[in-house]
Design a protein around this ligand. Structure first.
Ligand code: UD1
Length: 417
């Protein structure tokens, strides 16, 4: 199994390009199931989760063509097997995103229940409740969700909590329903907006994406489209935090600064100078950061997907920071690994108190999930000596060529087999 070896202590310096967003790419790939026309997606990130999703769609009968620039063309005209098996769903929960499109256009779907995952329970009850409201007949048996419908009917859906993929699933399904669907308490994440833009280009009639009330007027069918995937705001944030933690100076090209207000705000509070120039974000940090308090919440608040990285920053800051995780119940597993590098972190329930220490020391650590891995990389870049990070397949799920990009910024990092 691959590991990452980092010799820390080098301030990051230079320029890198931000990749397309994983969390936008995954629902957008599933949108191909809504039409028998070709859907062309540009700026698709080269990631394991994307490969998994392409594999899932291909085994359903979607034709997939990928060119060398990672432009992906999908054609769902000849779908034969509307099934998402456990073997794939358990490796990537976002596979649930095939459910809405399948039942909306093909009248049936069989999708494995995702089950638990490292960062918490993560049920899909809101997806199912919404689809049932749209008239789908949903059965859960032997670990599989079976959904059937002749044609979905528009409905008013009030989500019990804000769910990103839940909103996306229902928005996609509602596109082909008869009549109007209103999704209340919808997720406002930029990835939802990016998906809605693509669906509208395919002929859907969606209004309100980016607010908490999304209205979808159903249409008979959707056509093809060409769409560019938005920049990855979590990758952008991760590189910004890495630069701040190492006392570096970086420029990130092809970013979408407007999607990063909460993260940039916290970095400024920590003492970083952050400037925005069109699609480029520059960050410069002198000296140790000051600790910051963070509370995760749905967009536009501070994202849970940046919580672990910010903990690494607080770990070497002056003062103490309080980090509160409100989205997932078990998302502090990186704290124990950061402690192996010398961090001083106390956890109580969903709150972590991070007392900054002047320096971290390299050690062997274990990645437990995608964003936890990113926090260990950041800590390793700061730590004195060598840090060896095991189980980096988590990182490969969501960060395109992370060690190449960091090496380009001067980090001493390499993959060992
Ligand atoms: C998406 C992101 C993930 C991010 C998360 C929160 C993708 C592919 N993944 O995941 O990176 O960390 O949003 O910003 O976009 N919940 C329920 N019932 C449901 C659905 C969700 O109780 O039916 C709960 C979850 O357990 C969690 C909270 O709602 O506590 C938010 O989860 P949700 O927004 O659905 O996360 P994902 O869409 O899976």
């Amino acid at each position: 199994m691959d590991k990452l070896l980092i010799r820390g202590g080098v301030p990051l310096a230079g320029e890198v390009r931000v990749s397309g967003a994983k969390n936008a790419a995954l629902p957008l790939l599933c949108a191909a199931l809504l039409t028998d026309q070709p859907l062309r997606l540009a700026n698709v990130p080269h990631l394991r989760d994307v490969t998994t999703m392409l594999g899932l769609l291909a085994q359903m009968g979607v034709e997939v063509n990928v060119d060398e620039q990672m432009c992906v063309e999908l054609n769902g005209a000849h779908l034969r097997n509307p099934v998402a098996p456990y073997e794939l769903v358990k490796t990537m929960r976002a596979s649930i995103l095939v459910l809405g499109p399948l039942v909306a256009r093909h009248g049936q779907a069989r999708v494995s229940l995702p089950g638990g995952c490292a960062i918490g329970q993560r049920p899909v009850d809101q997806h199912l409740k919404g689809l049932a409201a749209l008239g789908a007949d949903i059965q859960v048996e032997q670990g599989y969700i079976t959904a059937r419908a002749r044609r979905l009917q528009g409905a008013r859906i009030v989500a019990d909590l804000v769910t990103v993929t839940g909103t996306e699933n229902l928005m996609m399904a509602a596109c082909l329903a008869e009549g109007t669907t209103v999704i209340e308490n919808a997720a406002r994440e930029p990835e939802v907006v990016n998906l809605a833009a693509c669906l509208n280009a395919m002929g859907a009639r969606i209004a309100g994406a980016g607010t908490d009330v999304i209205t979808v007027e159903g249409v008979r069918e959707l056509g093809g489209a060409s769409h560019r995937i938005m920049p990855d705001r979590v990758e952008t944030g991760t590189f910004l935090v890495a630069a701040a933690a190492t006392g570096g100076t970086v420029a990130l090209r092809d970013a979408d600064p407007a999607t990063l207000d909460a993260v940039i705000g916290k970095l400024r509070e920590a003492g970083a100078e952050v400037g925005v120039d069109g699609a480029t974000i520059r960050l410069a940090m002198r000296g140790r950061p000051q600790s910051v308090d963070v509370r995760t919440a749905p967009y536009p608040a501070f994202p849970t997907d940046m919580q672990a990285q910010l903990m690494a920053l607080d770990a070497i800051a002056t003062g103490a920071g309080v980090i509160t995780e409100t989205i997932f119940e078990n998302r502090f597993m990186h704290a124990q690994e950061l402690a192996r590098l010398g961090a001083d972190i106390d956890i109580s329930g969903n709150t972590a108190i991070v007392r900054g220490v002047p320096r971290l020391q390299g050690a062997s650590v274990m990645a437990t999930d995608l964003r936890a891995s990113a926090s260990l990389v950041i800590a390793g870049l700061v730590a004195e000596g060598e840090t060896l990070i095991d189980r980096i397949y988590h990182l490969d799920r969501g960060y395109e060529a992370i060690e190449e990009k960091l090496a380009r910024l001067g980090a001493r990092i390499r993959r060992v087999h």
